[in-house]
Design a protein around this ligand. Structure first.
Ligand code: NDP
Length: 328
């Protein structure tokens, strides 16, 4: 089968199209013929060695496809089922992937392959962030960084649907339009600020009567962390859930006191979908929101499997909007 392997830790150039033997599912796994693989930032962290991985490895932690074979312990899925998955293991940038059966979620017919693949990892992330990490409610002002990104567009829509007022940050005028269309009331083009750390909190406070926001959803990390802390209202919550600009250096907890009894959390999707009942609940709500139009899914770019390296370059250079997919 054809697959994209990261041959060694490094830049997008280490991604190679290779021919590998077909994988065999373990007792608790299913073998899936992949139709779309989602491209996510975590794939770039694993490829680059930022997150430790064995090399070579087949990249990719999300996809949609059809079950072709079952491990002998699997009883709740059948050959021919169309499923989506997001998992802590890699292997989705391939014609065939083995997936833990507990991670595979049957897809309702109403969702086509593109939208199903687009909402599983990023949609579940937006869901746990807005329902569990900082449960958004009417009256909340929240700041969403990279609001036109894959997670960002979904997060903006879910937070808005739950009654919040969203202030988004984006890197370009095109992204500004997308963030507004997703429901953001105000959008700040943070790349145009000469001193983001000093200027962004001033702009956010000007939009919130001087108070600051109840929560910041920060996936950008290194470049935005200080501005995020300084944009919070007293007792506000900084949800740091990614580091697209790089990892945040160690933080002195005393800063949370000085900032106004602030909360800081660093949540991860895996801890919110490991329990099958919780995964099923979150997936059901996300699928329903897509089906009834609450959640509009933007496929920003689609690449053939062989061009996975180009997809990584685009994601890492801030050139993408919404979801990036590989087609097989
Ligand atoms: P995005 O589509 O959001 O792409 C990243 C965006 O971040 C860019 O488009 C860009 O938007 C912004 N950005 C700001 N600075 C940089 C930089 N120096 N380099 C690259 N991008 C930058 O990606 P995803 O939606 O896939 O993921 C967003 C983040 O969320 C990632 O950090 C990812 O790891 C994290 N994540 C965390 C999860 C968790 O469980 N904790 C689960 C899923 C994702 P702009 O041009 O507008 O600035």
């Amino acid at each position: 089968m054809r697959a994209i392997q990261a041959t060694a830790p490094g830049g997008a150039d280490v991604l190679e199209l290779v021919d590998l033997p077909e994988p065999v599912p373990a007792a608790d796994e299913v073998l899936v013929r992949v139709r779309r693989a989602g491209v996510n930032f975590i794939d770039t962290y694993r490829r680059s060695g930022t997150y430790p991985m064995p090399f070579p490895h087949v990249v990719g932690s999300e996809g949609v496809g059809t079950v072709e074979a079952l491990g002998h312990e699997v009883t709740h899925l059948a050959v021919g089922d169309r499923v989506v998955w997001t998992s802590s293991t890699s292997g989705s940038y391939a014609e065939l992937a083995t997936v833990r059966a507990k991670d595979a979620v049957p897809v309702p017919d109403v969702l086509d392959d593109d939208r199903a693949a687009a909402v599983i990892l990023q949609g579940l992330t937006a869901h746990f962030l807005t329902t569990s990490t900082f449960p958004v409610a009417p009256g909340h002002d929240v700041l969403v960084h990279a609001a036109a990104g894959g997670v960002g567009l979904l997060l903006t829509q879910l937070a808005t649907a739950r009654g919040a007022r969203v202030i988004g940050t984006v890197g370009s005028p095109e992204k500004e339009e997308l963030a507004h269309a997703a429901g953001a009331d105000d959008v700040i083009r943070y790349r145009e600020l000469t001193d983001l750390t000093a200027q962004l909190p001033v702009l956010v406070r000007a939009l919130t009567h001087g108070r600051g926001v109840h929560a910041v959803y920060d996936s950008v990390g290194k470049d935005t962390f200080d501005a995020s802390l300084a944009s919070l209202a007293r007792r506000g919550t900084l949800v740091l859930f990614g580091g697209s600009s790089g990892p945040v250096p160690p933080v002195d907890p005393q800063r949370l006191n000085a900032g106004g009894s602030l909360f800081l959390t660093r949540p991860t999707l895996g801890h919110h979908v490991d329990d099958p009942a919780e995964l099923a609940w979150r997936a059901r709500e996300i699928f329903a929101a897509v089906a009834d139009g609450t959640l509009d899914v933007r496929i920003g770019a689609t690449y053939p499997l062989a061009d996975a390296a180009d997809a990584h370059r685009a994601l890492e250079s801030r050139a993408t909007t919404g979801k990036v997919l590989l087609t097989l």
